[in-house]
Design a protein around this ligand. Sequence first.
Ligand code: 4UU
Length: 548
Amino acid sequence: MPRKSPHPDIDIPHCSLLSYLFPSGEPVSSNPLWLDALEPSKSLSPAEVLIWIRRLAVGFNKLGIPEGSTIMLMTPNHIYVPVIYLATVGSKRRFTGVNPVFTPEEVAYQLKASKATVFLVHPSILEKGLEAARRVNFPLDRIYQFSDNESDIGSTAKDWKSILASEEESSQWSWDPLLGDTSSKTVAVINFSSGTTGLPKGTCISHRNLVANAVQSIFIRFYTPEADSATNPVNRERGLSFLPLYHAYSQLWTINISCKLGIPTYIMPRFNFEEFLRSVEAYGITSIQVVPPVLIMLSKREESSKYNLQSLKHIMCGAAPLSRELQNEISTRFGMTIAQGWGMTEVVCVGLMVPGFLHDDTGSVGPLLPNCEAMLVDEDGNEVLEEGKPGEVWFRGPQVMLGYLDNEEATKACKTTDGWFKTGDIATFSKGMFTIVDRNKELIKVNGLQVAPAELEALLLQCDGVSDAAVVGININDEERPRAYVSVQPHAKGKLTEDDIVKFVGDRVAKHKRLTGGVSFVDEVPRLASGKIVRKAVKEWAKQDIER
Ligand code: 4UU
């Protein structure tokens, strides 16, 4: 019997994302909504954002970009990122964001796999964008520079503002409300994830998925029946955003939830620890979303004591394991609630989350969001009913993606015909709460970001002298690091060094994917007759290597 959410089902409107965020007949605020954390006089209110959305949506139409096309964005965070996201999704196009520190090769992969037809690039990384485009024959005249700062824009590519229609010609434009079933069928966002196996794949996230996960997360953060309406912080919230907006985590909280609830949110271009502390103090920030490394810094770095962080009452932590000890140490020391959540790109963002009113000191990731179900399934495919016993999380709910873009095989492998999504995460269940204890998939998480072993393995096979390779994650000081197990060809034996291999990979991938867990040489990488790597055996080696 699947476990159901302890919360009663809540109403999730069947409509487009913009109809949910800006319901007709409700006034649109002119108060600052997204503010530049480095220069807070620069801000956008919902009323201003709507004007930009209309101008861009009509601009895309005039340019002849059909509905259903993908718009790809590569930029550090800034206050106009939500404009691109909302105008793209709102005009029935598809948004995909790419990590701005990716290498040209990695950018080219996503440009092709997402089938993007327009590519917006921040001027500071324009050269990289152009190089990526050349690699996959992407038309250079569909590349636009995208900055919040007029003076950054040079002459090498067009300015994104050249796409915009005028205010007059766009003032009558309105979005399709996508009523009923169409909201479930229309793809809005294509974030990338490697899922349980293989290379990164585009996840097809519908309007319905996005609306559902916003409604569910707002409920569990602010409105569960136990929440005290007198002390509900929702009207006093001030957010600070530094997680990347190309990832689902930040898209949900920084864009969709802040917009829906009118939470003024300061956006940092990238994470910088001291700047983060300064911003919390300067702006009286009440709540943030983090990944575990931020909490490790908060615990270990001296600067944490130099700033007044008293305004900060609620920290949401997700994307990777957080130790119970660290969670409790920080919440006691700073007098704040730290609530863990579990989620995946494939379920928009969140599936399990500790309610906002609850102070959890067990290290759990909370109960199911409303309207969701889960089963823990053992290796034989049987449901685990006993409390405290681990099993793979199978998840069902209105936020589960439609499938992987152009990859029915991968979709079928993780999604059953009756809607269960096999997550590859191992959890236990006790007293209504889930605790993530392991993973049975390939994925490695570094700084909360995905690293797909298959990608590094394919790269290692291109390294001269390498005959086979397997990559797994190892834990060093509470943080996961990719480590490679490599066999070498006879001619390279004794010549190819660990440093050579670390450098070979380091030169070709974004920083978080580097082999910071090291390299081991082995006679043979264990593989099944099918060719599949026996990861359990490699993980066992890794465990022994750490203990040594
Ligand atoms: C142990 O990282 C995410 C989603 C993060 C998120 C954000 C806000 C979750 C809940 C929330 O409230 O997505 P992906 O697709 O980048 O990575 C998904 C994987 C999971 O399958 C799991 O292995 O990241 C890992 N993960 C976690 N692991 C996610 N959350 C947790 C967690 N503990 N709390």
